[in-house]
Design a protein around this ligand. Sequence first.
Ligand SMILES: [Zn+2]
Length: 109
Amino acid sequence: MEKDCIFCNIVAGKTETEFLYQDDMLVVFRDINPHAPVHLLIVPKKHIRSINDLTEADQPILSEMLMVAKDMAAEHGIAQSGYRLFINVERGGGQVIFHLHLHLIGGFR
Ligand SMILES: [Zn+2]
C-alpha cells in the first residue's frame, strides 16, 4: 500500500466509499465523477501504478478484473444494451489516479 495513494486508502477502508463488490484481489466502487449513467471502477487491492508496471505475477488480477467487470455489467442491467471497458495509461492516456483501475461505463440510451 502507498500511503499517499487515494485508491490504496479506499481499498483499505479509510474512506466512506461504498464497495459494490469486493474479493481478495479487487474492489469495485462508483466513479465520483461519472461520465455515464453507470460508471464503475474496478480496482486491484495491490498498488500497481499503471499497465506499464504489470508483471507476470499480476496476470490473475487482470483476469479477475475482466471477469468481475462482466458480472458487474450484468448486475447493473447493461450487459445486453452494451458497455465499454477501458484503462487509461499514464498522463498522456488520461490516467488521473496512478493506481491501476478499469473503467466500466454504460447505460446510455
Ligand atoms: Zn494505490
